[in-house]
Write a protein that binds this ligand. Sequence first.
Ligand code: ATP
Length: 371
Amino acid sequence: MSAPGPDGADLPPALVLRGVSKRFGAVEAVRAVDLEVTPGEVLAVIGPSGCGKSTVLRLVAGLESPDAGEVLIAGATVAVGGGRAVPPERRRVGMVFQDHALFPHLTVARNVAFGLHGRPAAEREARVSEVLELARLADKGDRYPHELSGGEQQRVALARALAPRPAVVLLDEPFSSLDESLRAQVRAELVGVLRASGATALLVTHDQTEALSVGDRVAVLRDGVVEQVGTPDAVFERPATRFVASFMGDADFLPAQVHHALLTCEIGVVSTVPGWGAADTAVEVVLRPHEVALEVAPPGTAEPAVVVGVEYHGAFLLHTVRLASGRTLRSWQPHGVRHPVGTAVTARVRPGLVPTLLVDDRAVSGPPGAP
Ligand SMILES: Nc1ncnc2c1ncn2[C@@H]1O[C@H](COP(=O)(O)OP(=O)(O)OP(=O)(O)O)[C@@H](O)[C@H]1O
């Protein structure tokens, strides 16, 4: 896939990984990974600890070499499995780490100028001013890193990475060292700078909210394998696998039945499923807490669900209910709606849901075996 360039010419993808694998002894850290990032795009790479996120980033940076496959940056091959590799400093990548990795004895301006050595002094100075302006640090050029807040230090690190106009900026858990109360604000500021620069970025994170809110697309990794790549809506609303469904947000799974194009489960009719024809199939339906409605059960309701837990989250309350089968489901209720533990309720799927259906842990859009 190419993107239209400024003059109408097609630009090559900023980054391509094709069939990339990397093994450390007995551990296959990355297995046959295919990824493509278009110019100006931010791709968030997410997965549980040890799934290979940092290895993907290090393979792009040139800090590791692939055993198989190839890596291309802005159309140029920079690494081929078992073969030649372009060294990191010649790859046109910029890096931002969680600990900033700024030089403590250099001013902000000299930190930013660091990646520009070899360029004429006037050009270097002009570029440093430009990126400091972009990072809203124009008045901080003479300060030392320890004289800045954590968020400002992170923006210096980004400014330094952007200064040489890299083809791709690699961000490795850039917010994980910040405490929770600061993180959202620092993230918004940093992403603002990144967007304003028009840079292409690969963001490694283990935080689902971060991946969904920052990425133009999200790549979900598990055990070194890409389980799904898609827009934030796609990975959240149309997960390709049970793993993606449960990793990218809260999800409960109920056995369900398709019969005459109608999907039913223990809490009743979920939806129609056009395209299933007369198929009669056992599936599992993925239900997220915002998709489940609760009402106090009318007296005499046979086998009502029972509230077994209520968590206060400020704007919303997360209710957990136990169904007659013993399975549990979660439901977000708005602020002010609290069904105390022990309340008999009826659970329903909110109308309009286009459910994700799983067969053997993979999403299906029609009866198994259909073309
Ligand atoms: N240099 C290395 N030597 C041996 N094993 C390694 C090396 N680097 C990574 N691994 C292993 O490869 C796998 C993937 O590691 P990686 O650091 O890429 O995961 P990650 O998803 O970034 O994890 P985390 O979120 O915990 O940082 C892990 O099992 C890890 O132990």
